[in-house]
Every structure is written in C-alpha cells, then in structure tokens.
Ligand binder design. Structure first.
Ligand code: SAM
Length: 223
C-alpha cells in the first residue's frame, strides 16, 4: 500500500476500516439529493469513458455508475471499505468495474489515463488537498472531467469545525478533516489547471454546503 509523506496509508485507513460495516449499513441521509447527483453524473459519462473514482467507500456510487461508462476503477484508502465493495460486486458482477485500495494523497493513479475522475465526499478527508489534486488531476487526460461533491466545512456552523469535530476526534469518533470554504476549493481546482464548468447544489434537506462541481482539465488546445 502506498505511503505518503504525512501518515502511512494504513494509519489513515484505521478509522474507516473500523466503521466500514456500519457505514455500509447506514441509509443515505438525503436520497433525493444523492439520486440527483447520480443522474447528473451519468449524463456526463459516455460508454467510451475510462473513469477513476477516489474515496469510493463501499462502492455504492461506482456500482450505480459503471453501466454508464466504459471502465471504472474505484479506489479507497480503506481495505475494509474495498472488501465490502468487492462483496457487493461479487453479488452483482459488472465486468467493467474494479475496486482497488489506494491512498488519494499519493501519486498512484498514473498519468493522463482517465477521461473522468470522480471524488464524492472525500476531498475534505485527504491529508493534503494539493497533493491529492496533483495525483487525481495528473491521472486525468487533457480535456477530461473532474466531478466532485465535497462538504465545505468552513461554510457550516463554526461549532462543527471548532468544537464538535475536535471533540469527536479526541474520542476516536471522527477522522482528521480539512476545513475549507467553497470558494477556496474552486480556487484550488482552478490553480491546478481546471476550468470550472458548473457548480450546483443537489441537497434537498436544509442548507447544502456540499457543492457539486464539474470541471475540465485544460489541454494544449486551450493555450
Ligand atoms: C465519507 S466516505 C465517502 C464514501 C463515498 N465516496 C460516498 O460518497 O459515499 C469517505 C471515504 O473516503 C475514504 N478516504 C479517506 N481518506 C482517504 C484517502 N487519503 N485516500 C483515499 N480514500 C480516502 C474513506 O476510507 C471513506 O471510504
């Protein structure tokens, strides 16, 4: 398993390995919002697309999206999450879908070999946003799409990031998180050579602080 400069992947995986079975059993909190995201993402995929997903969890989204693309490699730092994803895949095989353990902070995804990179509910969990974007976007072919939906914790009630999450971390009930605002995330994507095509909100419950972003990797034709 890949090791990054900050913490070994195994250390990052520990929290997620522990909660993986419960995570798999919990219902999706906003099903209508989730379905809107799936539908929007499907509409951006084509049968020829090679797709990479980072932080795929137990593979639910990948299992839904694989029929809409050519090949999907769905990855997660947690071996236990990936074990559950593989169990689901074994129960309903899809030949164009594979699950792999990989740390999104590490440069492990290859160069320019995917048409689409997906990052749902994970960019606030990586150790280093710039390192993760360098790795994920390096894997994107010029002109390819980066599609993300990310909780922007600094846009939420400050009690969450300043009190609740630190307390939960002390109790081992929350992982380390990055707190950024939606404009910070968009600025980071732009800095990494992406053109932002759309920023949407699919949540149907309360204020939605998880922007769905579609961005395109600029290529030589853009210069
Ligand atoms: C909140 S879950 C989201 C899972 C799925 N994408 C979804 O939307 O349901 C976050 C996932 O990110 C994974 N994760 C956390 N840090 C990661 C890292 N550095 N590299 C890859 N995956 C990571 C966790 O193991 C977990 O499965």
């Amino acid at each position: 398993m890949a090791v990054t400069a900050d913490r070994p992947a195994a250390a990052k995986a520990r929290f997620w390995d522990k909660i993986a079975r419960k995570y798999a059993a919990d219902p999706i909190a906003d099903m209508a919002g989730y379905e809107a995201t799936l539908a929007r993402t499907r509409a951006l995929l084509a049968p020829t697309h090679r797709v990479l997903e980072i932080g795929c969890g137990t593979g639910t989204t990948a299992l839904h999206l694989a029929p809409s693309c050519g090949h999907l490699v769905a990855t997660d730092v947690s071996p236990e999450m990936i074990a559950i994803a593989r169990e689901k895949l074994a129960a309903g095989p899809q030949p164009n879908l594979e699950f792999q353990v990989a740390d999104a902070d590490a440069p492990v995804f290859g160069q320019a070999c995917y048409d689409v990179v997906l990052a749902f509910n994970v960019l606030h969990l990586v150790a280093d946003l710039d390192a993760a974007l360098t790795s994920a976007l390096g894997a994107l072919a010029p002109g390819g799409l980066f599609i993300s939906k990310t909780p922007c914790l600094a846009d939420m009630n400050p009690l969450l990031s300043k009190v609740l999450l630190p307390a939960m971390r002390l109790l081992g009930k929350a992982p380390p998180v990055l707190c950024f605002r939606a404009p910070d995330l968009q600025a980071a994507l732009t800095r990494h050579g992406l053109e932002i095509l759309a920023v949407e909100h699919h949540g149907t419950k309360g204020k939605d602080r998880r922007p769905f972003i579609v961005a395109r990797r600029r290529g030589p034709a853009d210069r």
